[in-house]
Ligand binder design. Structure first.
Ligand SMILES: *[C@@H]1O[C@H](CO)[C@@H](O)[C@H](O)[C@H]1NC(C)=O
Ligand SMILES: *[C@@H]1O[C@H](CO)[C@@H](O)[C@H](O)[C@H]1NC(C)=O
Ligand SMILES: CC(=O)N[C@H]1CO[C@H](CO)[C@@H](O)[C@@H]1O
Length: 483
């Protein structure tokens, strides 16, 4: 595995060549004339908003991030399925986990057509090894450091933070991490591998055409589900005194065949760790693609109550909300929701989480909720809470979405388009106010009840380099300006 890893990282260098190749197959969409100017203004205004708050040059904020990490192999999803000779299924179907090739085809088809992000555990190791082998041989594959925690850690380090990263990595993995990242965890010989099946908007697989660019992820982890870096992380956390503690990567526990009581025991320990965090340390939990109701129940009990801040995408928001309402998980939601719909869901989630907090009197109050979607970024921040610079943070999150997906720190307006409408309604309730999208002031912020809401349009990247890891980069970028 280690030698493969090395050759894999040499492939990383060809990333630019590759992004060009990916660009060619990506769905090409130029803004009609007239909109170009509007886009330029939105871009320069977002950049101005981002620059408004610089990071202090004196003290680097300290951020502790757990858990886990992996090696990502990124391939074109349809090319991979064709390579292993998996024919398109006639029956798109949701499966909580994947036991065989047919279920893989059904599950992929289910998310591919709407273009919804998804991540599934593969119980069949033979199948998973076959997929990994096939991906290795696929021309144009890329390898990179993956997992929510390392990606967020990387982004935070680039943005000027000192990071304590809880995860167990192989020695060559440690070598390529930023000098501003200190690892707390065990050394493992064979890192867990995640297979990222990317697809551009308009890609087709048999009868299915994807409505937007996204990815379908499969993994068969041995280390990550056990949060095996937690001990070491907890030890080092004491002396580190972070400004922010971030928890992510818990979806690796989803549908994993734990022994009875094992998962609860792990999450109970995590809850104790979170409880022991100083009140001055903000706690952020990054949601993910969860379908395991047992695990979700545990998260609501052991993790959510200890977070001041939550980050999630347009799939994860309705899922979490549904659980709070006492209903089942929602496996698939609209991948292109309207602003009003998302804001209503955010208000309700914010209210329900804080009502529960009041009832139980335990844990922390939720004071920050960040939702990233393809078309826009939205954030709720409680007035008078510790989170600063909400407007700039939302602008930065929006810019990061383009930078990540296009794979370039410099934003090229010819590779971007605005898909948010020219104005949006603040709620689906009748008679709600409409807010125009002003090019020269693209981030709209206003106050309601005890919180502020900010919404920023995303300059949606039209030449997709990579969607996987987007949420992590975006969430981390937003947080950096707020601590
Ligand atoms: C696991 O996958 C292999 C390879 O696709 C297949 O031959 C086998 O039947 C699968 N096992 C189960 C239990 O489905
Ligand atoms: C919710 O899940 C349960 C158990 O999986 C199932 O029996 C029930 O039909 C589901 N309800 C809805 C509304 O989907
Ligand atoms: C594609 C992209 O820009 N992703 C970035 C996400 O953040 C990591 C740091 O963890 C960068 O290395 C990636 O370039």
């Amino acid at each position: 595995m280690a030698s493969a890893l090395r050759s894999g990282f040499s492939i990383l260098k060809y990333g630019t060549v590759l992004s060009f190749a990916v660009a060619l197959i990506a769905y090409w969409c130029r803004s009609p004339k007239g909109l170009d100017e509007r886009l330029d203004t939105v871009l320069s205004s977002l950049l101005r908003a981002e620059r408004k708050v610089g990071m202090s040059n004196f003290a680097r904020p300290k951020v502790a991030i757990g858990f886990g990490g992996c090696v990502d192999i990124i391939v074109d999803g349809v090319t991979l399925l064709n390579k292993i000779g998996l024919p398109p299924t006639s029956q798109p179907l949701h499966h909580d986990y994947i036991e065989n090739a047919e279920q893989l085809a059904q599950s992929f088809a289910y998310f591919f057509a709407p273009g919804a992000a998804s991540e599934r555990f593969v119980t069949n190791e033979t199948l998973f090894s076959q997929l990994v082998e096939a991906s290795r041989e696929l021309p144009g594959n890329r390898w990179s450091v993956g997992g929510n925690a390392p990606v967020m850690a990387g982004r935070m380090a680039i943005e000027g933070c000192d990071v304590l990263l809880g995860g167990s990595f192989s020695p060559d993995f440690n070598d390529i991490l930023s000098q501003h990242i200190r690892v707390a965890g065990n050394t493992v010989e064979e890192p867990d591998i995640h297979l990222i099946l990317e697809y551009p908007s308009g890609a087709s697989w048999g009868p299915y055409t994807s409505r937007r660019a996204n990815r379908y992820i499969v993994h068969s982890d041995d280390h990550n589900p056990y949060l095996d870096s937690m001990d070491e992380f907890e030890k080092q956390l004491k002396g580190f005194e972070p400004d922010l503690l971030v928890v992510g990567g818990l979806q690796m526990m989803d549908s994993f065949p734990f022994k009875h009581g094992e998962r609860q025991a792990l999450l109970n320990r995590l809850a104790r760790l979170l409880t022991s965090a100083s009140p001055e340390t903000g706690v952020h939990f990054e949601m993910a693609s969860f379908v395991d109701e047992g695990l979700l129940g545990d998260l609501l009990e052991f993790v959510l109550p200890h977070a001041d801040s939550l980050g999630m995408n347009e799939q994860e928001l309705p899922n979490l909300l549904s659980l709070f309402r006492g209903s089942n998980v929602t496996v698939l939601s609209d991948p292109n929701p309207r602003v009003a719909t998302v804001l209503d869901q955010m208000r309700e989630l914010y209210r329900l989480v804080n009502e529960r907090h009041q009832e139980t009197g335990a844990g922390r109050r939720l004071t920050r909720l960040h939702v990233h979607t393809l078309a826009f970024q939205a954030m709720i921040v409680t007035k008078g809470s510790q989170w600063k610079n909400t407007m700039s943070a939302v602008a930065k999150a929006s810019l990061t979405a383009n930078r990540h997906v296009c794979g370039s720190a410099d934003i090229d307006p010819s590779k971007a388009r605005l898909i948010m409408d020219e104005s949006f309604s603040v709620s689906r309730r009748e008679g709600s106010q409409r807010i125009p999208l002003q090019e020269s002031r693209p981030v709209s912020c206003w106050e309601e009840e005890d919180y502020e809401i900010c919404v920023a349009p995303v300059l949606v990247c039209t030449e997709v380099y990579q969607t996987a890891g987007g949420g992590d980069n975006i969430s981390a970028a937003g947080l950096v300006l707020q601590i």
